[in-house]
Design a protein around this ligand. Sequence first.
Ligand SMILES: [Fe+2]
Length: 403
Amino acid sequence: MTGQKKIRIKSPGKIRSPHIIDKMKALKVSEVYVDFDLSDFNENVVDTLSKSELRSQGNESGIISPIKQKEDILSAECPSQMTSIQTSMNEELNFAVDIIAETKKAQSQLYENVLQGKTINLKALKKSTNAIVASIFRNPEALLLMSQLSNVNDYLVEHAINSCILMSAFSTWLELDEALIFDIAIGAFMHDIGKISIPKSILNKPEKLTPDEFEVMKKHVIYSKQILEKIPGISPVSVNVAAVHHKRLDDSGYPQKLIDEKLSPWGCMIGIVDTYDAMTADRFFQPACTSQESFEVMKGNTQQFDEEILQQFINCIGLYPVGSLVELESDRLAMVYQPNRAEPERPTIVSFYDTMSRHAISPEIIDLSFAANDSIKQGVRAKNYNVRRDFTLLKRIAQASCL
Ligand SMILES: [Fe+2]
């Protein structure tokens, strides 16, 4: 890639010696994008690098702008303090990076504790979910954007975090009582925890499950409920969210044993959120759907999904949710960066890929409400363009947002 604006990429390749880096410097290569899935670095190294790069570059080049005093914001513990603080998208993205990293660690620790038969400490659990809810209160878009980044190898942990983010944002959008939002967030975070008791051969099976295997898999809901009920001080709302997350409006769903559990409004909400996140995530056995495809599937199933609650969810995260990928009429691929509540079909986006030449281009931030000559053609699946919605892409998007 050479020059200031024009970018040329011949073909991807592996850098095997420092000599190649010197050669690239001599050729005035200005940017290099690394696919860490193909790299020898392990994921944790990538996470650490990405975080520190985001922070250090933020101070020097404004990739993520200097933020309000972190301690001031993160020390806000009670709901009234949390709601009084608002942040910009760039400021909140800075927090979101830390929140996701910390929450991933906490979730893994939770799994360990459950596997060892230890009781889960509600205070420790709340530390993770409160951080997510507080971020949503400050600015919901940052974590919603992060929830679109995926790692197919880490689905269980990411799904737990994404469900918590989406349910917190959805509950906040519906203006539910603040205490209720915190309880719902815990239920969403823990709804699939019972899956750790399912044999790995079934849980991670890349092919379709046999009927017998599916019966075993269904039991994860019962296990989740049992694990949650053992937590001293847990709210019945949190337990209910986990217990009914596969129950549907027409009393279908599973497991049959829990079918008498009351399908509460938050039960309807978690059913929608769980389905949405599962459909829009890359899995071993299926590529991610677009958000619009997942909305259409659920809209076509009014027996199982409450129409009004589903429409509210779509209104909440937007027709083109932040972090989702869209194709523009100008034959560019872009990530949605900021929603537009007045004109949902014209959000602010960051273009980063030419769909005709199938090459990366310099990211450009575009507010479509002011773009007379461009608009969204359609939502697209990342896989169709061999693009990964990952941390590397987020960094490029964040760079563009501060141009
Ligand atoms: Fe589940």
